[in-house]
Each structure stands twice: as C-alpha cells, then as structure tokens.
Design a protein around this ligand. Structure first.
Ligand SMILES: NC(=O)c1ccc[n+]([C@@H]2O[C@H](COP(=O)([O-])OP(=O)(O)OC[C@H]3O[C@@H](n4cnc5c(N)ncnc54)[C@H](OP(=O)(O)O)[C@@H]3O)[C@@H](O)[C@H]2O)c1
Length: 276
C-alpha cells in the first residue's frame, strides 16, 4: 500500500459502500463514512473506529451542510468516492422540486463534488463515482432531462441519471479546469443489495441461485472503488469509465450530443446557483 489516504465515502452505510469502507480501513486508510440512515451509519463507524456524517441527498440543503461540515472538519481530502445511489418504484418530487432519482443520483453528488473541488485540488485528489452499466440503455432528452414529459420507469430514470453522471465527469475533464484532480467512474457488477428494495421482482432474481453466476458479492463489487481511489496510478484517473477492474470505452449514441451536454451543464449548475 502507498501513503494512507483520507477518503470521503458516500453511501457508506450499506452494500458496496460498506464493503468498500471495511476494505479501505483494513488497508490503513482513513474513511469519513457518509450515510443517510443514522443507525446503520453510526454502527459501521463504531465497528471501524471511523468518523461518520449524515446527509439526505433528497435535500440540497442537507448536501450543502454536509459539504460545509467536511470543509470545516477535514483539512485534507484525498478521495471523494461518490457511491450513494437509489432507485424508486414511484416518481416523486423532492422538496427542491426535482424528480428524486435525478436529484439523489446526479444533482446532489455533483453539488457535493463541486463544493469539495477546492479541497481536492489542494491534495491533487481523486473523485471516484459508482456508476452503472444500466446507463447504456438510457436516453436523455435535452429539454426534458428529468423525464417529466414521459411515463415513469424506475430503471429508465436511474439509467438516465447514471448516464448524465458520466457526461458530467467527461465535461469536467474536457473543460480542463480541474487538471490537478483525477476522475474515474465504474460499474461494480450487479449486487443483490438493498438498492433493489423497491423491486421485489429484481430482488428475487438477483438473490436466486439460478442467477448466482450473474451477480457480484459486495466485497468484489467494491474492488474497483478501492483500486481507483487508492492504488491506481494518477494517469489512470483520466475521466474514464471502468467495468469492474477493466477500463471500458463509453459507446453511447448520445455521447457527443452537444445540445444535450449544454442542457445538462445548465441543469447541474442551476441546481444550486449559489455555488460557483
Ligand atoms: N447493486 C447493484 O447491482 C448496483 C449495480 C450498479 C451500480 N450500483 C451503484 O452502486 C452504488 C451503491 O449501491 P448498493 O448496491 O450498495 O446499494 P445500497 O446497499 O442500497 O446502498 C446505497 C447507499 O446509498 C445511500 N443512499 C440512498 N439514498 C440516499 C439519500 N437519499 N441520501 C443519502 N444517501 C442515500 C444509502 O444510505 P442509507 O443506507 O443510509 O439509506 C446507502 O448507503 C449506487 O450508486 C448504485 O447505483 C449498484
């Protein structure tokens, strides 16, 4: 192992995040565990002897408070691992007026990342995003990013937010403004975690012995996060997407859609205009 790093890990209270937190701590790194559920998050923090912080990504204010607390209390951040994510059976608007899959999986992590960029710049740090291969089937509509004008589907909304997340990373890297910071995203594999709680059918499918060869245990799913956060040479953090432990070129029909990218930039920056 190289130097011990300070890792801010969202979605640390469960599934892939909890497995990553355990592995990072076992490897000698400091992890600030960020979760939403107080009991799960504090229980893991106690188990690992690490600090934890709570935030609800359905509320911009909660994300801003988290970022402010991190800036206040953590003088050096080497890695921001944006791992929290969720799928919902029903469409709902958040208190901030956004479709909640979009806010939890895209707007909030991007806001947190933007607020922590100055700190990450100081440490020549890394941003590692837990994405999903589901992005491949997603389609975004420039004038209707949150899908208000189409019917709601849990996987479609989730995939759209994950695709948008990949585009946002690419925009940041292409813009060249954050050259001191490394960026990477990865698909962890399909894991029978709590994320599927809103879909009993998918949950059953993932848990069944028949599909066992198709799914990945959380400890294995966490390996790309570990590698990209703490082991990969800096030049590998070039904004690329990894499928497990292998880099993979994104081949999405909308990847070079200039109008879509402009619309997305506007949506992300407009989420909290008080942040520059
Ligand atoms: N499982 C898969 O098959 C799979 C496949 C591809 C990608 N992924 C991605 O992997 C990441 C981790 O998922 P997982 O499978 O480990 O699921 P999980 O066990 O459900 O964990 C999700 C984590 O995100 C947090 N989270 C959910 N909603 C939140 C909110 N509103 N505010 C703050 N935190 C919130 C949860 O916090 P609490 O527990 O404290 O509520 C939990 O720590 C996600 O980004 C997911 O999209 C998963």
């Amino acid at each position: 192992m190289g130097e011990p790093k300070t890792v801010v890990l969202t979605g640390a209270s469960s599934g892939i995040g909890a497995a990553a937190a355990r592995a990072l701590v076992a490897a000698g790194h400091e992890v600030i565990l960020v979760g939403r559920a107080p009991e799960r998050t504090t229980a893991l923090a106690d188990e690992l002897g690490m600090r934890c912080m709570l935030a609800d990504f359905e509320e911009a204010l909660s994300v801003r408070d988290l970022a402010a607390r991190l800036l206040e209390e953590v003088p050096r951040i080497d890695v921001l691992a944006l791992n929290a994510g969720a799928l919902y059976a029903e469409r709902r608007r958040t208190i901030d007026g956004h479709e909640r899959t979009w806010q939890v999986n895209l707007l909030s992590p991007t806001l947190l990342g933007r607020m922590l960029l100055p700190r990450l710049r100081e440490s020549h740090g890394r941003v590692v995003v837990t994405s999903s291969a589901v992005h491949r089937t997603a389609r975004l509509v420039a004038g209707d990013l949150e899908g208000d004008r189409s019917g709601y589907s849990m996987l479609r909304s989730y995939g759209a937010a994950k695709l948008a997340g990949l585009l946002v990373i690419d925009e940041m890297v292409r813009g060249g403004r954050y050259a001191e910071i490394g960026f990477a995203s990865f698909h962890p594999g399909y894991v029978p975690s709590a994320i599927w709680r809103d879909s009993p059918m998918l949950q059953r499918l993932l848990a069944s012995q028949v599909t066992r060869s198709f799914w990945t245990p959380p400890e294995q799913a966490a390996l790309p996060l570990l590698y990209l956060a703490t082991e990969a040479p800096a030049e590998e953090l070039d904004g690329g997407y990894w499928h497990g432990l292998k880099p993979r070129r994104i081949r999405h029909p909308q990847w070079d859609d200039v109008q879509l990218r402009a619309s997305l930039r506007e949506a992300v920056m407009g989420f909290d205009t008080a942040i520059v």
